[in-house]
Ligand binder design. Structure first.
Ligand code: ADP
Ligand code: ZN
Length: 630
């Protein structure tokens, strides 16, 4: 048997980065991870979405194959994406294949034969495949000949019941270290919480592995949370202002809302498609493919959409309804800007979101203790939404990470840092609101919803107010100086603080809680952001629905833009021919860099990020031709 721990030099790994992937530098901790694994170490890799996990196993796999150590097995639960991942490796000139249920038995047999010949560098397979008897026998044969080089277990949080996508098949992966002792293993995930992490180490027997924990900051994502009014219209204005022609994901809570919002966008000329569990499987698959393969598609979806979407040029992720917790919010927003270029995470949030999320928890059949946990997580997200300080600091603090020197740090890339909101003291308004709820309850023994309470407070003689004799309450009209918008903000914050409860069983009526008292006594201050009205819509420059807008990720002059557009059109053709998403051929950033340089010779193409040796060989002539013709 050949020793597994052949020293692989740092130069080798860097040479592969440049030659195969066309990148000049490692990102963050990639280099340390890659060298450790290439030299036979076990590793646990925690890195945010978009951090660059794939290279962390692909480069060691290539280095070890070149050193005669054989094939690397990549365990991945995402059958739908294996095709594109393997396609991307082929484009880079790396021998790769996948084994999953989409292959015919003849095709699977061919792949197995290539495996046995040691003719593959990376083999992707689903966990149930990796642990079946037939496949294990293949691995035995490779192992005995010293040709089993590495196991990379991607999306490793699937092993944990604490993770959000628990897959029982992942449990069976313990067999790998028992049966193939000494073959290095690495587990990779973007899920950071401690419980899941401990579970991964134990379940996969990786206690002795070196852990590489990256910062979870995504500096290129700009976080913005706005007050929800007419969500769909606000979204439309946001897209028109910031993201005309860009690819994006819009998350909504329900199927109906997905359909409605998608329609609103389409009517306004945005290339939007709906995605939810109620759609026919084929339609859903088709929409996902179009999102991955076409330029500038906006996917309007429930959270069913997204796991494993590794499209790098998603320019924005918008939430029209609030997610359940910060983990969900961070994972979903993390799908924006994987390519490292500027991207937006935008959320519209309102009173109804708070009420809905609380109700879902209250009505769930789970035990009280578990519900308490869910409420705590929801509160943290509400805190983020109501925050008047840096959003990024709060987000990272939630994951146990401190930014800069901690308190007072300003990231300068979130709404609160860029436009510090005016803050007003809502303590008086809050007390008046609570007193009103108290008086109503006392006088009639009944509870009422938010609208009615605010009407009384603002002194509005609606039919309902008169009918219940509520004009006689001592609090009637004592909040006349506040606008309804302000009071909504106050109420939202009171609910977020737990000082008002919304009774879902009784028409969402408002109730006092044990925390109300401290606000009433003035012990708890209520700080509110001044509602800023949304900037007016920029006049749309769109000539007609669907007309293309050329927008490059870097500044280009007129001619540059023309070249960029021509290169994109050429790329779309190649991608179609190869049945792959366009970004697998070249990223937008690579095309933009080519457009800027306007290369005339092969030499001029040297050093552009994203052009490896194989791509240079395959595409240089075409690229030069496209550039020369524009
Ligand atoms: P993750 O799996 O961690 O979400 P990926 O492996 O998909 O992230 O990488 C995200 C994007 O970043 C990919 O498009 C990849 O090509 C790119 N990338 C990764 N490492 C580098 C690097 N060192 N230099 C430039 N681009 C990189
Ligand atoms: Zn900030």
């Amino acid at each position: 048997m050949i020793a597994h721990n052949t020293a692989t030099s740092s130069q080798t790994c860097h040479a592969i980065l440049e030659e195969v992937f066309g990148y000049a530098q490692f990102r963050g901790p990639q280099q340390a991870i890659i060298e450790h694994v290439a030299n036979g170490g076990d590793a646990l890799v925690l890195m945010p979405t978009g951090g660059g996990k794939s290279l962390c196993y692909q480069i060691p796999a290539i280095a070890r194959q070149r050193a005669g150590l054989g094939i690397s097995i990549v365990v991945s639960p995402l059958i739908a994406l294996m095709h594109d991942q393997v396609g991307a490796l082929h484009e880079a000139g790396v021998s790769a294949a996948f084994l999953n249920s989409t292959l015919s038995s003849e095709e699977a047999y061919q792949v197995e034969q290539r495996m046995l010949r040691g003719d593959i560098t990376l083999l992707y397979a689903a966990p149930e495949r990796v642990t079946n008897a037939r496949f294990l026998a293949l691995l035995d044969s490779l192992f005995e000949r010293g040709l089993l080089s590495l196991f990379a277990i991607d999306e490793a949080h699937c092993v944990s019941q604490w993770g959000h996508d628990f897959r029982p098949e992942y449990r069976a992966l313990t067999v790998l270290h028992e049966r193939f002792a000494g073959v290095p293993r690495m587990a990779l995930t973007a899920t950071a919480d401690d419980l899941t992490q401990a579970d991964i180490l134990e379940r996969l027997q990786l206690q002795a592995a070196r852990a590489f924990v990256s910062s979870f900051d995504r500096p290129n994502i700009r976080y913005t949370i706005v007050e929800k009014r007419e969500a769909a219209q606000q979204l439309l204005r946001f897209i028109e202002r910031e993201h005309e022609g860009d690819a994006g994901i819009v998350y909504c809570q329900s199927r109906k809302r997905v359909e409605d919002v998608a329609q609103t966008l389409v009517d306004a000329g945005v290339r939007a498609l709906p995605y939810h569990a109620g759609l026919d499987n084929r339609v859903r698959q088709d929409h996902q493919n179009r999102f991955l393969r076409e330029d500038g598609v906006v996917m309007v979806a429930t959270i069913a959409f997204g796991m494993g979407i590794d499209k790098p040029d998603v320019r924005f992720v918008a939430h029209l309804d609030m997610p359940k917790n910060i983990e969900g919010y961070y994972q979903e927003t993390g799908r924006a800007g994987r390519d490292g270029l500027p991207a937006y995470a935008w959320m519209a949030y309102g009173l109804q979101d708070v009420v809905n999320q609380r109700r879902m928890i209250d009505e769930s059949p789970a035990g009280e203790e578990f519900k308490q946990g869910l409420r705590g997580k929801l509160d943290a997200l509400l805190g983020l939404a109501e925050a008047t300080d840096c959003r990024r600091v709060r987000l990272l603090a939630y994951f146990g990470e401190q930014l800069g020197d901690g308190a007072g740090y300003r990231c300068q890339n979130c709404d609160n840092c860029l436009n510090p909101p005016a803050v007003w003291d809502g303590t008086d308004a809050a007390r008046k609101l609570l007193s009103t709820i108290y008086r109503i309850q006392q006088s009639s023994g009944m509870s009422f919803g938010a609208g009615h309470v605010m009407d009384i407070l603002r002194g509005k003689t609606t039919e309902k107010v008169t009918q219940h004799g509520h004009t006689a309450l001592s609090t009637f009209g004592i909040g006349a100086e506040f606008s309804e918008l302000q009071l909504r903000g106050v109420l939202r914050q009171l609910i977020a603080l737990g000082a008002v409860a919304v009774d879902a069983q009784a028409f969402n009526t408002l109730q006092l809680t044990e925390h109300s008292r401290s606000v009433l006594r003035g012990e708890l201050k209520v700080q509110l952001r001044e509602s800023v009205s949304a900037p007016a819509s920029r006049k749309s420059k769109r000539a007609g629905a669907g007309s293309a807008v050329i927008k490059a990720p870097i500044a280009l002059d007129g001619e540059g833009l023309v070249r960029y557009a021509a290169l994109k059109a050429w790329r779309a053709e190649v991608a179609r021919e190869h049945n792959l998403p366009a970004y697998v051929i070249f990223h937008d950033a690579t095309l933009a860099a080519i457009a800027k340089r306007a290369p005339q010779t092969l030499d001029d193409l040297q050093g552009i990020s994203g052009i490896g040796a194989k791509k240079l060989e395959a595409y240089a002539q075409s690229v030069l031709r496209v550039v020369s013709l524009t």
